[in-house]
Design a binder for this molecule. Structure first.
Ligand code: SAM
Length: 371
């Protein structure tokens, strides 16, 4: 188990009667401003860190995304809002590709510690951050622009439930031994909100076996609802996940929650709080419903491979690319790497998307029937 629960987590639990919902544990483990995983920004990303994301693999990811969104950016006043910018590579690549076509690049990141790293990445890439980039701590009433996020939805805390013969429990994290500060799971009856959500999922995707454990992405749903309600533009998010049929399949009986530490994946999400990443796959059906309920119009849902290949990824791969860089591009589109598991979902509100080439491309490769 996890004998070395650090003092800060022990103190966090003590301050909460030694029992917190899993999503609150995950929030603290990832985003505590001092001890949370994302406060140690320099050790998180890249080959030396715990995971590699698409912008870390190749600048062609961001450049392809930039070209696909070019017309939408122009129609939205040149504003881009990136949520969860990591160490700033996607921002650098988009700004490099589009130059003055971007009036302002707004970065919204829940981890304040990453701002320094993002600024360094952008400046090292020759971007005048004072003139072109703004770090935002609050969202305006009207979010005018092109909203993007890569692997941000999977990093949002999830609520965990356990289903047993029609009874829904919620998983909490507590101290099993106050002296040794050992963390342990504890299941308690779900509140009405979680119970209703899970019963509705079960009606559509059950029957589930006993001891069926999975996640409910309350925070990601609220996030999508909030940004869509104030959206005047387009939102496009890339992440690993699938539709609810696959997510809540009876055979996926232990959910999708995992931890990442030094490029190794494990189920021990309570281990080493603050030192390992914790992540869950994205239920894109839930997010589709959230944007729809908030007045969004879906433009398309497809695989990362289809999106990149239909938006000119390979045209950008010229002879100057080394074999290593070509291999990185392969990883982006190979079905057994990121190509199929990663999806792209785009929707708009308050704008007319009919003239954008992106709208036509997304319609051709749309897989939203899987949602
Ligand atoms: C897995 S990292 C991905 C970073 C980057 N987009 C990339 O692809 O390399 C997740 C990022 O999302 C941020 N994040 C998590 N929840 C967020 C939220 N609600 N709003 C904004 N940023 C968030 C984290 O601080 C981190 O920068």
């Amino acid at each position: 188990m996890n004998p070395e629960t650090p003092d800060w987590m022990g103190n966090f639990l003590s301050a909460n009667q030694n029992l917190v919902r899993f999503d609150r544990f995950m929030q603290a483990a990832l985003y505590d401003p001092v001890h949370g995983y994302y406060s140690r920004a320099d050790r998180v990303f890249g080959p030396e860190g715990d995971f590699v994301t698409a912008p870390e693999l190749s600048s062609l990811f961001g450049r392809t995304l930039a070209c696909a969104l070019r017309e939408a950016i122009k129609d939205c006043g040149g504003h881009i809002w990136e949520f969860g910018a990591g160490r700033g590579l996607l921002a650098r690549d988009i700004l490099t590709e589009l130059g003055d076509e971007v009036a302002c690049y707004h970065i919204v990141d829940v981890s304040g510690a990453l701002q320094t790293l993002q600024r360094e990445t952008l400046q090292a890439g020759g971007i005048d951050t004072d003139a072109r980039v703004r770090w935002e701590t609050q969202l305006p009433d009207t979010l005018e622009g092109v909203l993007i996020g890569n692997e941000v939805l999977d990093a949002m805390p999830v609520r965990l439930f356990a289903w047993n013969a029609g009874t829904v429990c919620e998983r909490f994290v507590g101290l099993s031994d106050a002296a040794q500060r050992t963390l342990a799971w504890q299941d308690l009856p779900a509140d009405d909100e979680l119970r209703h959500a899970v019963e509705s999922l079960h009606r559509t995707h059950g029957p589930w076996p006993d001891d069926y454990v999975s996640e409910w992405p309350e925070q990601a749903i609220a996030f999508v609802r909030t940004i869509t309600q104030s959206l005047k533009g387009i939102a496009l998010f890339v992440d690993y996940g699938f539709g609810a049929c696959e997510f809540y399949h009876p055979q996926r009986s232990t959910g999708t929650l995992v931890a990442h530490h030094r490029h190794k994946m494990s189920d021990e999400v309570l281990d080493r709080p603050g030192e390992q990443d914790i992540t869950a796959h994205v239920d894109f059906s839930a997010l589709f419903e959230a944007q729809h309920a908030a007045g969004g119009e879906l433009l398309g849902y497809t695989s990362q491979a289809a999106f990149l290949l239909h938006n000119g990824l390979l045209d950008k791969l010229d002879a100057s690319f080394s074999p290593a860089r070509r291999q990185a591009v392969q990883m982006l589109v190979n079905p057994s790497e990121m190509g199929e598991l990663f999806k792209v979902m785009a929707w708009c509100r308050g704008v007319n998307p009919d003239n954008w080439a992106l709208t036509r491309t997304l319609a051709q490769i749309d897989r939203s029937r899987q949602l």
